[in-house]
Design a protein around this ligand. Sequence first.
Ligand code: GLU
Length: 309
Amino acid sequence: MLVKTLSQSQPQVLPYRGRFAPSPTGPLHFGSLVTAVASYLEAKTRQGHWLLRMEDLDPPREIPTAADDILRTLENHGLQWDESILFQSQRHEAYDAAIHRLRLQGLIYHCNCSRKKLLERQGGSGLQIYPGTCRKEKHKPSSQSAIRIITDNQEIGFEDRIQGYFGHNIGQAVGDFVLLRADGWFAYQLAVVVDDAEQGVSDIVRGSDLLDNTPRQIYLQQLLSFDHPTYAHVPVVANQKGEKLSKQTSARAVSDSAPNANLFKALDFLGQQPPAELVRYELRDIWQWACQNWHLDKVPKRPKIALDV
Ligand code: GLU
């Protein structure tokens, strides 16, 4: 198999198509706002489109009101998306079709390993690397089996526009990974690749917690003959304990009543050095300043602690 290192340090030429892809597992927190602002500014300052995709792929983890809450907060902050929103819950046929294409290449298999069995085998150290147990078993599909993709032992790397080079051997770093979960829901890795291709996304700006997912996504893009977007992973926002803001760490929802202050804080977090008086401007004027002064190369690399968010 051809596996190459992508050289992506240079922005691609127009048309630029960026996206923001929240999961409706809770309301928008400051970390997601930072990602939305960065992807929006990069798209707008490159005369591109900014698309929105609702990653409602995992109903057991979702909160029924979260998608609407996220959309309202984005709008209240002046983050207006182009084109219609793509909902992953309506895309199951496309994910099935991608699995079918991979099946024709002989690259997928059914896996009956339970979470418990995997944990026991790995001495309880987590589910990081799948040891390939079911690869040769030729299990028949069943309602309880997951579908995994065969990985190989070559390095897949790419040049991130913020983080620099990142790469690993996915066979050794994660092993054959899941495309369809045993509980019947499609896996993020598959859906994100199929939908970035469907939406013609040319440039991805997202949180650095997803950096080590990217080689798996590039691998799937190669197998499905999709174009490779460029990547820029912005630092995640951490709370005072150094934990990434998330639903699990009880991150607070971004307040809809203070969009100016929130946007100012996001620009500050992103290293854009907004002048102090900007916080008193109208929201429209803050956006105008942001578009005129946005520089991706000022965005810091490392996770940062944000106070009072
Ligand atoms: N849905 C993912 C999240 O909310 C983001 C996926 C992506 O940007 O690739 O963390």
